[in-house]
Ligand binder design. Structure first.
Ligand code: NAP
Length: 520
């Protein structure tokens, strides 16, 4: 809570300080008002938590403000919940589990399918809501709705394929079976960078298996979660199956961890918070899935197709202004192509249009708050002080304090802070390397292991390097690899478990062995 109060305070100060760009800010604010009015009239602007199918205020009446990161405008005040509301949400989920888990898979599937249809039907409004509270450009936000909804569609289909096994018995009078059963109540804690997709990637498989959930969205982006929950209610998902509480993160988190009724914690967010949750889950020995921070290397070899490498590097680095866990955090470029690549990359990055996500042609929105900008800038300054060179950008954007210039820094060394930690902003640090072995060594020299990218035309090299990289996801000649049909997750401290794909179901299932004896 101290962390979030700190970031919010700075955020407000930043708005006051940004008078120099007041004209464009005024224009941006007009956008906020009209979008809020439209969302209100469509019923998608919910501000209360959802407990047992009822929209519920915080019991002590407290609220938190949700601001537009591009303008600082207040979008809405939402319920600021804590321990008591979370306990009630857990009880509702626990009660609903009995009924929901006993529905036929086909029944659960058709309700999930209804939810998917409603999400797609409201793609535009949900996209606007994401741009409003998270900042990403509208086209990207609408893309997130399609991506987020795809998990509900995929797991609606997979719900019907949760098969068990029959095992050939070792004794003639025995029959051995394996049943797969839902784990129970799931606590799902999600971040702000994909306000919809990080929820559906968890809730889709959980509900498909027969689990019920208590979702805790980020306090920066609760409105998308609440709108999605409203559509879930409309789709026939029964009260209590999906609950949403937001507010005091540590209190909500601890209530989920302490409750013996919660059988699983699934978390996407920072490695630091993930470690705390993993330790907390030990007390009641809950299942844990963690999708944590990355430090993705993007390796451009001499034999790469320059156009493909450029397109891929731009996409993987600058999507969502660099605020994704699979964003390239280090661009490793082989010496033979270094000058050519950095010059073309610099030209492309110079032309990225920065601004409010609602403005035409904008491809780089604001960062989530002022604290994020401060962090990005401190990493850049640290690299410069240690000998790295700014090739493009390298400072805060003239639009105001939540905007940062798309930046490329050359001559970065893997020991620098910017290459050790997740920058989570629009900054591409470029590291020069000589040999394939050196590239692999640099790429693997980190505690993270989520996504990695390689650009090469060598088939043998593609396989060799893919196998050598200690990462859960490898993109070969491709910068955008996420899809609902493939497993998403990391090695090392980037997490535990996989989301999406057929593997995503396993995280929400218990395996039960049934031995029937004396059958002869
Ligand atoms: P964060 O600070 O860890 O927050 C994530 C969620 O945890 C938020 O809902 C936050 O609530 C909550 N939280 C914070 N402290 C908590 C506590 N003590 N107990 C329980 N919950 C707590 O991360 P973030 O800044 O939102 O997200 C960025 C991070 O997520 C990056 O590191 C990124 O790499 C990672 N990420 C990973 C993946 C992946 O799939 N591997 C995907 C997306 C993002 P409040 O926001 O309300 O404080």
């Amino acid at each position: 809570m101290i962390k979030t109060m700190f970031t919010r305070t700075i955020h407000r100060v930043s708005i006051i300080q940004s008078h120099h760009s007041s004209i464009s800010r005024r224009e941006m604010s007009m956008g906020t008002e009209s979008v809020v009015a439209r969302l209100k009239s469509s019923g998608l602007l919910q501000t209360k938590g959802l407990i047992g199918g009822k929209w519920t205020d915080a019991y002590d009446g407290r609220t938190i403000q949700v601001n537009n990161p591009a303008t600082g405008d207040l979008i809405a005040s939402v319920a600021c919940m804590g321990e008591k509301e979370t306990k009630d949400a857990i009880s509702s989920a626990y009660d609903a589990f009995g009924h929901w888990s006993k529905l036929t898979a086909a029944d659960r599937s058709s309700r999930l399918r209804n939810w998917y249809n409603l999400l797609i039907q409201h793609k535009e409004e949900l996209g606007q809501l994401i741009t409003l509270e998270q900042g990403k450009p509208l086209k990207e936000a609408i893309g997130e709705v399609g991506y987020g909804a795809s998990f509900i569609e995929f797991f609606a289909e997979e719900a019907k394929r949760v098969y068990g096994d029959i095992i050939p018995s070792t004794l003639t009078d025995r029959r051995l079976f394996v049943l797969k059963q839902p784990v129970g109540v799931v606590g799902a804690i999600t971040p702000w960078n994909f306000p919809l997709a990080m929820i559906t990637r968890k809730v889709g498989p959980a509900l498909a298996c027969g689990c019920t959930v208590v979702i805790k969205p980020s306090e920066f982006t609760p409105l998308t979660a609440l709108a999605a929950a409203e559509l879930a209610l409309q789709s026939g998902i029964p009260p209590g199956v999906l609950n949403v509480v937001m507010g005091d993160a540590p209190k909500i988190g601890n209530s989920l961890l302490e409750s013996p009724q919660v059988r699983k914690i699934t978390f996407t967010g920072s490695t630091a918070v993930g470690k705390k949750l993993m330790a907390g889950a030990a007390e009641t020995v809950k299942k844990v899935s963690l999708e944590l921070g990355g430090n993705a290397p993007c390796i451009v070899f001499d034999d790469a197709d320059l156009e493909v490498a450029l397109k891929g590097s731009l996409a993987t680095k600058f999507r969502n202004s660099g605020q994704t866990c699979v964003c390239a955090n280090r661009i490793l470029v082989q010496e033979g192509i270094y000058e050519k690549f950095t010059s073309a990359f610099s030209n492309a990055v110079q032309n990225l249009k920065v601004g409010n996500g609602f403005s035409e042609g904008v491809v780089q929105g604001p960062l989530i708050n002022e604290a994020a900008v401060q962090k990005v800038d401190s990493f850049v300054q640290d690299a410069i002080s240690k000998g790295a060179k700014v090739l493009v950008g390298g400072k805060r954007h003239s639009l105001g304090l939540t905007f940062y210039e798309p930046t490329i820094i050359g001559d970065v060394k893997n020991e620098m802070l910017i290459a050790r930690q997740e920058v989570f902003g629009p900054v591409a640090p470029v590291i020069r390397f000589k040999t394939e072995e050196e590239a692999i060594q640099i790429a693997n020299d980190t505690n993270a292991g989520l996504a990695a990218y390689i650009f090469t035309n060598g088939i043998k090299r593609s396989w060799r390097v893919s196998e050598a990289l200690e990462y859960g996801i490898v993109g070969v000649n491709e910068g955008l690899v996420s899809t609902e049909v493939a497993p998403f997750g990391g090695y090392k401290q980037s997490g535990l478990g996989r989301e999406g794909s057929k593997y995503g179901l396993d995280e929400y299932l218990e395996i039960k062995y049934v031995c029937m004896g004396n059958m002869s």
